[in-house]
Design a protein around this ligand. Sequence first.
Ligand SMILES: [Zn+2]
Length: 190
Amino acid sequence: MASPYAIRIIGDPVLRQRASDVTEIDGRLAALCQDMYVTMYEAQGAGLAAPQVGVQKRFMVYDLGAGDGPQVLINPVITESDGECEFYEGCLSVPGLRFDIVRPSTVNITGLNLDEHEVEFEADDFLGRLMQHELDHLNGILLIDHLDEDQRRSAKKALRKIAMEAPSGVAGLGAELASPAKPKFGLFRS
Ligand SMILES: [Zn+2]
């Protein structure tokens, strides 16, 4: 089955905007999630945030590959975070790049599911990392914003390569390359 969506790539301004809350959980949203599952599986990703398919809403789909099937989390909020750990992180919107990134090791999450029920859980290990990564997408933050100076230099090299090979849709990559290092987003604070 062909993927219903093209995953937006770094340089696309939609990835740099803050998404707005989902106000209506309806059949349209459920259908959108179904399409996002297909896109996520086709890209062999573990998670996909709505802005990555051009939808400016605060929700994500994910599948940890543990046999639970795909999950949806709507209007997620991190209510608490604890510890810190390094994780070799990649992103479907920043193809070909992976970096060791330090983030809190455990986060408490609240949100809604498609049945409009509130869900609350503690996430550590891979799930904790995935939640923080996808939540970043909902706030217009990409993994390159978490890099130190050395990592940033090699990221820029790789980004230039992406810009050369990518279709015209990534015209904004020039701006990404020119932008100064962004401040860290309270990485070690809760
Ligand atoms: Zn990502």
